[in-house]
Design a protein around this ligand. Structure first.
Ligand code: RIB
Ligand code: CA
Length: 310
């Protein structure tokens, strides 16, 4: 077997982040060299604790978890307790973590790892606002040519936004960080709402996960039971969009997804459309492509992979 692919998961858990982390930890093709927490769905004090809780749920006390940015680069933090609950991991009753955070600051860990590992061998998997990633690129610009790729959940084009009519939450919270990342020249694979809204946690899919009948299967079903209710009410669908695991599933089975190379620019000036990802899907601007933008997913294949790994 080839060497596992080295990844850093940057995250704001968040039930869907939790499922993404569980999927990664259950996949021998991946080596999670570290998990870096960022403020997003809930404040940093909770996202860092939630990351520890998820590692313990997975029985992976060996995983290194780092604390990162407490707020966006320029704007005040906007959180999403209405979606994720007060703790950010509402649903299962997970015990307080006994694992502790690493002393090193997340941004320093990202830079150190990229400078120490061979160029083109580490993939960054941001699942929340891009603050830590932007800070790392500013702290050490040399990492840009050493990052293998950034596979991120964020943005929306045909689906537009979820936190405002124009903007998806991760980009909206820190549009300036997103602007830095999309201008960095690093190869980007973007999982926008256009694809994640097609990955719905239908009742049958959630019951398939509960039927795994293990602590992880039970906790994951309880995470999804809670997480989906907000979007089911909002969109009137059976199930909610399972955003963040799309990033990990892409690394495991890229053929589950399809999209195209596009130019993506971030709105950072207009309050009305702040954080919009302006995707030149039809190639009308002449601006060079800077991201592979996904639009379609084999949802049954995605949930089969997720359930089998969990
Ligand atoms: O808009 C969805 C994204 O925002 C997901 O990453 C979810 O966890 C939240 O961070
Ligand atoms: Ca997230």
């Amino acid at each position: 077997m080839t060497q596992p692919a080295k990844i850093i998961i940057d995250t704001d858990p968040g039930q869907d982040d939790a499922v993404a982390i569980l999927l990664a930890l259950a996949s021998p093709e991946l080596e999670v060299v570290g998990i870096t927490a960022v403020a997003g769905n809930v404040p940093l004090a909770l996202t860092e604790k939630n990351a520890l809780k998820i590692c313990e749920l997975a029985g992976r006390r060996d995983i290194k978890v780092f604390s990162g940015a407490i707020r966006p680069l320029m704007r005040a933090l906007v959180t999403a307790e209405e979606v994720h609950g007060k703790t950010g991991l509402n649903g299962p009753d997970l015990p307080e973590p006994t694992m502790t955070l690493q002393d090193e600051y997340a941004v320093d860990f990202i830079v150190r790892t990229l400078m120490n590992e061979a160029p083109g061998t580490v993939t960054l998997c941001p699942l929340g606002p891009l603050t830590n990633i932007a800070l790392a690129l500013i702290r050490e610009p040399k990492i840009a040519e050493r990052i293998k790729q950034i596979v991120l959940m964020g943005g929306g084009y045909f689906e537009q936004g979820n936190v405002t009519p124009s903007a998806e939450f991760n980009i909206y919270v820190d549009p300036h960080a997103a602007d830095i990342v999309f201008r960095s020249g690093v190869p980007i694979v973007m999982m926008p709402l256009d694809v994640t809204h097609k990955a719905l946690t239908t009742r049958a899919r959630v019951e398939g996960i509960r039927a795994i009948n293990t602590p992880v299967g039970k906790a994951t079903a309880e995470l999804l039971d809670f997480f989906e209710r907000y979007d089911e009410r909002k969109y009137g669908t059976d199930g909610g969009p399972l955003h963040d695991p799309c990033v990990i599933a892409y690394l495991l089975k890229p053929g589950l997804f399809s999209g195209r190379d596009c130019n993506v620019a971030i709105e950072t000036a207009s309050e009305l459309t702040m954080g919009a990802t302006v995707v030149d899907w039809w190639g009308v601007t002449g601006r060079p492509a800077n991201a592979k933008v996904m639009r379609d997913i084999d949802a049954d294949g995605f949930f089969a992979l997720l359930t089998e790994r969990l």
